[in-house]
Each structure stands twice: as structure tokens, then as C-alpha cells.
Design a protein around this ligand. Structure first.
Ligand SMILES: Cc1cc2nc3c(=O)[nH]c(=O)nc-3n(C[C@H](O)[C@H](O)[C@H](O)COP(=O)(O)OP(=O)(O)OC[C@H]3O[C@@H](n4cnc5c(N)ncnc54)[C@H](O)[C@@H]3O)c2cc1C
Length: 409
């Protein structure tokens, strides 16, 4: 058999990794992209700095699944094959040195290119594609795909028909659709018989009832964040810790974004969804009460700035306006609640839950269990990760596994 022809739809993070891997394994690779250039979302990552992996994602560490939602088993399966060390080595070999960053209340080690510029990562991938003679076709709109009698695939586009032995879909989710990941391919994927779980915003801010934040705009404070999901007979509590940011746009910050996928699902199911904030999280409940008592003892009339030695003034004023007593002050510091009405929209989300159901995919190859020669990678599959480089590492790993299988099986 001659050179295997692999077509990849989507020139984002996972598609580019699949292209490099397939070409390194001897395939003739063509990437079809409907935007005018590659990696538009990749360029936005990490506020332009690209947090491209996390050193917690190590083979055999037993700590991979805890950072993923949707199907964490699939995420773990591909990351076990291409982990954070592999990823850091892969980019180093392409000339990209990395630097580590750590943040309070997060035991993860966030990894960035030493340049602190996402374009370093994109440039490395595109240069390697060029070296391997990967072809790119931009502004290419796919209308349908069909299987021929000899088991090969025809990809019909406004720029002609491309044929392939293996076809990899790497089209992303609905998050930040301006970057090209806009779900436009899903009718084609459904025509192959695959299911599709509607996307829901993840890694985004949360919006409480109108007016709830009017007095708190601009406040940033450290808190333990609780997301309480009240289903018919049950209450689920998800927790995180970090800096909470309150603005006219809603409640945000990494610790809130990490819980937002659960909030999306809860709201979609029509469940009561409550966010609680526990301020001064380094104090125990007893220490918190003692702190409030001390403050009242020195200022018995409970002025609005009573807590401003420890909290932003605006937050102190907000709490004191609602406090009729010392006990109420301590309780509001311990458990300030907001009913969540919606999440931010896809345009303001960094990831999305939903997509192709993981049970339709063989995680050892990322191949379709329904159609031979079809592969999926990246966020279009029902996997989404926490903030901290977890989404890109999953994109690299699933792209690597799909690219390898598409080229050699
Ligand atoms: C603002 C922002 C910041 C982020 N920061 C980080 C971070 O620091 N670290 C991290 O780990 N993750 C981060 N993420 C998440 C991360 O970028 C994604 O998880 C990752 O890019 C997903 O890769 P992908 O290949 O699945 O999809 P994408 O990167 O979205 O690529 C999909 C590609 O497919 C193309 N495409 C879509 N439909 C078609 C079609 N019909 N025909 C042809 N081409 C098509 C798109 O144009 C696009 O080029 C961030 C996301 C955003 C939005």
C-alpha cells in the first residue's frame, strides 16, 4: 500500500497536532479550514500567553480525571498516551522553551512558552507542518462527506472534492465562535450517524438576578466558592477557592469559571442554582466569629466600614448594610448567596460541555465506533477541562492519538 491520505477538518490546536503526528508517521496530510488562517483560538489562549499544559497531567499520576468534565475517562486515556512531559518535550524540540507558573490555592503547575506569547506555539506547529509538507486549504467550506465502495472518504467542499483514506474532524466546540468553532460541521457529522449533545457554555462567568451586583461592581476578594444545585430530591455542592471578581457582567474569576460547566447543566435542567461566597477563607468559623466580635467591640454602632481592614470597602459596606446584628454580619461573611439566572454566552466562554458522545469513540484511537476511517479530536468530543492548561493538553493528546491512528491503522 502507498502513502496514506489523511484529511483533517479544522486547523485549531487538536487539528494541527493531528496533522504533525499523521505526517511524521508517513501520511500525506491535507488540512481544510473554513477561516482565512490557522489557530485563531490558540492565539487568544491564556490572554495571549498560552497556558499550553499543566505539569499535573502526568502518565500514571492518577490525577488526570479530576480536571475534566463530560467523559474524564476518555481524557485520561489519551493523556496517558501523550502527557504534559511529552507535550513540553514536543514543543522544546520545535524550539519553544517553557516556563512554569503557580498560583495560590491551586497545586497545578501552569506551563507557558518562555516568550509568554501564544504565537510561539502556533508558529512552531505551522513550521513543523511546512517541514512535513502538510497542505493547508483555507476559506474552505465543507458541504458533505461520503464513503465510497472501497471504504475511502470523499469530502465535498466549495473548493472541490478531496479524497482520503482517513478523515479527522477537529472542529472545536461552540466556545468563542468568532474564532471559527461555530458548529457549522455538525449536520455533516450527524449524516454519518453520530449523536450530538448540544453544547453548553463552560469556563465562563455567572450572572445572578438583575441588580444583585449593583453595589458590588469592581469588588475582588478571596473566597471559597460553593455552587449549590438543587435538583428534585437532592442537593449537589461543588466547591473551589480563589479570587472572585464581581462586575456588571456577573461573577467571575478562575474559581468561578471552574464551576460554570456545572451551573450550565443545572440551569438547563431547570434546577435552582445558588452560588455562595465564604469570605476570609483562611479563618475557621470560630475565628471568623471572633474577628467580627472584636470589630463590634471596638465600634459598637457597626459602621459601614467595620470590615474594611480585611475586605474591600465596597464589600464591607454591602455586608454591613444588610446586617442587623453581629451574628448576621458573621453569617453573611460565611455564606453570602446569589441565585444564578444564567451563564455568560458562548462568545464569552473559554470552553463548552457537550459534543460527540464519548461512548461513540474508541479512546485508544479516537476513531468512530460507527464508521471506519473517521476520527475525532479536541473539544468537539464531550470532554471539557478546568482552567490551567487542561483543555489544550487534552487537545494535543487527542490530536496526537487521532493523527497516529489515522496514519497507521
Ligand atoms: C479566550 C480563550 C482562552 C483560552 N485559554 C486557554 C488556556 O490558556 N489554556 C488552555 O488549556 N485552554 C485555553 N482555552 C481553551 C482552548 O483554546 C480550547 O480548548 C482548544 O483550542 C480546543 O482545540 P480544538 O482543536 O478542539 O478547537 P479549536 O482550537 O477551536 O479549533 C477548531 C478549528 O476548526 C475550524 N472549523 C470549525 N468548523 C469548521 C468547518 N465547518 N470547516 C472547516 N474548519 C472548521 C475552526 O475555524 C478552528 O480553526 C481558551 C479558550 C478561549 C476561547
Amino acid at each position: 500500500m502507498g502513502e496514506k491520505k489523511v484529511v483533517i477538518i479544522g486547523a485549531g490546536a487538536s487539528g494541527l497536532m493531528a496533522a504533525v503526528t499523521a505526517a511524521r508517521n508517513g501520511a500525506l496530510v491535507t488540512v481544510l479550514e473554513h477561516m482565512e488562517s490557522a489557530g485563531k483560538k490558540l492565539l487568544l489562549t491564556g490572554s495571549g500567553k498560552c497556558n499550553f499544559t499543566n505539569r499535573l497531567l502526568l502518565r500514571g499520576s492518577g490525577r488526570i480525571k479530576e480536571h475534566y468534565h463530560g467523559d474524564p475517562d476518555l481524557a485520561a486515556s489519551v493523556i496517558e498516551r501523550f502527557d504534559a512531559e511529552d507535550c513540553i518535550r514536543f514543543f522544546r524540540e520545535l524550539g519553544v522553551e517553557s516556563v512554569n507558573r503557580s498560583y495560590p490555592y491551586d497545586d497545578g503547575i501552569y506551563v507557558y512558552p518562555a516568550s509568554m506569547e501564544s504565537r510561539s506555539i502556533l508558529r512552531a506547529l505551522l513550521s513543523e507542518c511546512e517541514r512535513l509538507s502538510v497542505s493547508f486549504v483555507y476559506n474552505c467550506h465543507i458541504s458533505s462527506v461520503n464513503e465510497s465502495s472501497d471504504g475511502r472518504w470523499g469530502i465535498h467542499t466549495d473548493l472541490g472534492t478531496f479524497d482520503a483514506d482517513s478523515l479527522i474532524f477537529a472542529v472545536g466546540s461552540n466556545a468563542a465562535p468568532r474564532t471559527g468553532s461555530d458548529s457549522s460541521i455538525y449536520p455533516v457529522i450527524k449524516s454519518l450517524g453520530h449523536g450530538f449533545m448540544p453544547f453548553l457554555p463552560a469556563l465562563c462567568g455567572l450572572r445572578p438576578e438583575a441588580g444583585a451586583l449593583d453595589e458590588l461592581k469592581g469588588v475582588r476578594a478571596e473566597a471559597i466558592v460553593g455552587l449549590h444545585v438543587y435538583s428534585d430530591n437532592d442537593m449537589m455542592l461543588y466547591q473551589s477557592r480563589g479570587e472572585v471578581q464581581l462586575s456588571s457582567e456577573g461573577i467571575s474569576g478562575v474559581c468561578v469559571m471552574d464551576l460554570s460547566g456545572h451551573a450550565s447543566l443545572s440551569l438547563k435542567r431547570g434546577y435552582d442554582t445558588i452560588l455562595s461566597l465564604r469570605f476570609l477563607p483562611w479563618l475557621s468559623d470560630e475565628e471568623l466569629k471572633a474577628y467580627v466580635k472584636r470589630q463590634y467591640e471596638s465600634h459598637p454602632d457597626g459602621p459601614l466600614d467595620l470590615l474594611s481592614g480585611s475586605l474591600p470597602l465596597r464589600l464591607s459596606e454591602y455586608i454591613m448594610r444588610r446586617s442587623g446584628s453581629m451574628e448576621q454580619t458573621a453569617e453573611l461573611l460565611r455564606d453570602l448567596r446569589f441565585r444564578i439566572k444564567k451563564t455568560a454566552d458562548f462568545e464569552h466562554s473559554q470552553a463548552a460541555g457537550g459534543g460527540i458522545p464519548a461512548h461513540e469513540i474508541d479512546s485508544s484511537t479516537m476513531g468512530s465506533k460507527l464508521k471506519k476511517g473517521i476520527y475525532f479530536c479536541g473539544e468537539m468530543v464531550d470532554v471539557d477541562g478546568c482552567c490551567g492548561g487542561y483543555n489544550l493538553q487534552y487537545a494535543w493528546s487527542s490530536g496526537y492519538v487521532a493523527g497516529m491512528a489515522a496514519a497507521v491503522i
